[in-house]
Design a protein around this ligand. Structure first.
Ligand code: GLC
Length: 431
């Protein structure tokens, strides 16, 4: 695998980002795939909703504040999702924010507001486009997916997918030319089945696209969703799941990020009630970092331009935890293998200051035996939320843990600290 020129150094330090899915689907408020799910034809969709997109309460500084308080360090915004609607003032289409009541480029003020707070900038861009008149329709997704093959064939007679590829490349050129340094390009997605049917690199012109990207902004990170199997992958993007182990390619660990939702939908969904708790979300963040990865947590703002109360509640809760515990997240990664992770726990490690962080997903009754290299290597232990010393015990208790000659046993307070996930910070001795 050839080396990529992309700069991933900031990414593996920052660890926690905000994903934003915002578009016309926010008005329908029942999943960003609604156009596909309900087979709404592009003309009907555009006619009904373009004139209704009026985010009168939109203030990206408020969004950036909420994300910063949650401890997020970068953001990724959907410039265009599968529906085809563009949030910026693209010169290549009229299906865009400037032709809604918002009547302005909505991306620029967002980038400015987040950058002003020190965020890195990521742009999500859909490879699929269910509205573009030249996009070759298929049976896999989109408003025509449920039609018969002959109906699709008839539509495709007048479509020249190559023109769509030009459009795609032209829009990416705009995004990489007009908005300063872009740190991350989040392309989504390729879909080929086992028979090779579906859409992949030849439908996006992926090779040419990456060439152009590297000319315009050589340092930008690009997702692994362009179906470029033989090209360097800047980062892997497992979705709605945290891998069991640090992902590898050809046996080499790679940079990765898990993107996940607060409930089940990426776009604003009014009626969904399957929201995850703050503790679950904090645990997911920790779980990612403990396997050397990042967590990209999604918010779907409303069509009036706000984060709804449920999203704000979770972001505040995460922020409360991060206020005391971000030291176990930023700049951290998987612990060296000689430190064995105890039951119900996750370990992270900061290799620069050489501290281990023991995250306790379940609060034990006082004693936690640590196996492996801890004994003899740990000089000091404290709870991270209040820097209160955590003692160790030797002696008769050890017999209850079986053979523990080489274990170190932490002596925790009986009462769990009042935080979502308690963390013990372990200082290693100088080598
Ligand atoms: C999927 C979905 C999409 C969402 C994305 C985020 O590929 O098509 O709706 O934007 O995942 O990872």
């Amino acid at each position: 695998m050839a080396a990529s020129q992309a700069d991933t150094s900031w990414f593996v330090q920052d660890r926690f980002g905000l994903f934003l899915h915002w578009g016309l689907y926010s008005l329908l408020a029942r999943h960003e795939w609604v156009m596909n799910n309900e087979s709404i034809l592009p003309d009907d969709y555009r006619k009904k909703y373009l004139k209704r997109f009026d985010p009168d309460l939109y203030n990206p500084t408020v969004w950036a504040d909420a994300a910063a308080n949650a401890g997020m360090k970068y953001f990724v915004i959907t410039t265009k999702h599968h529906e085809g609607f563009c949030l910026w003032d693209s010169k290549l289409t009229d299906f865009k924010a400037t032709n809604t009541p918002a009547s302005r480029d909505l991306i620029r003020p967002m980038i400015d507001a987040f950058r002003a707070k020190g965020f890195r900038t990521g742009l999500y861009h859909s490879l699929l486009d269910w509205s573009h008149p030249q996009y070759e329709v298929d049976e896999f997704n989109g408003p025509y997916a449920k039609k018969s093959q002959s109906e699709r064939d008839a539509l495709n007679v007048t479509r020249d997918h190559k023109k769509y590829i030009d459009y795609l490349h032209g829009q990416v050129r705009e995004l990489l030319t007009d908005y300063g340094q872009i740190d991350l390009l989040w392309f989504d997605f390729s879909f080929k089945n086992k028979e090779g049917k579906g859409k992949g690199r030849e439908h996006w012109g992926s090779e040419e696209l990456v060439k152009m990207i590297r000319q315009l902004q050589p340092r930008v990170m690009v997702t692994d969703r362009l179906d470029l199997a033989d090209q360097p992958v800047d980062f892997k993007t497992p979705e709605q799941a945290t891998p069991r182990d640090w992902p590898t390619i050809d046996g080499q660990r790679v940079v990765w990020e898990s993107c996940q939702t607060l409930s089940g939908s990426w776009g604003y969904h009014r009626d969904e009630s399957s929201w995850r708790s703050t503790t679950q979300l904090v645990q997911t963040l920790i779980d990612c970092v403990s396997k050397g990865g990042n967590f990209l947590l999604n918010v779907g703002p409303t069509a009036r331009g706000e984060f709804d109360a449920r999203a704000l509640d979770r972001l505040q809760g995460i922020g409360k935890w991060m206020h005391h515990h971000s030291r176990s997240i930023y700049g951290c990664t998987q612990a060296p293998p000689e430190f064995i992770t105890p039951q119900d726990c996750r370990l992270t490690y900061n290799p620069v200051i050489r501290r281990l962080y023991l995250h306790l997903f379940a609060w034990p009754y006082k004693l936690v035996p640590l196996d492996g290299a801890f004994k003899g290597r740990v000089e000091y232990a404290q709870l991270l939320n209040d820097a209160s010393e955590v003692g160790q015990i030797d002696g008769w208790h050890s017999q209850h843990f079986g053979s523990v000659e080489n274990s170190m046993v932490l002596n925790l307070p009986q009462t769990k600290p009042d935080v979502a996930v308690p963390v013990v910070e372990l200082f290693l001795k100088d080598e």
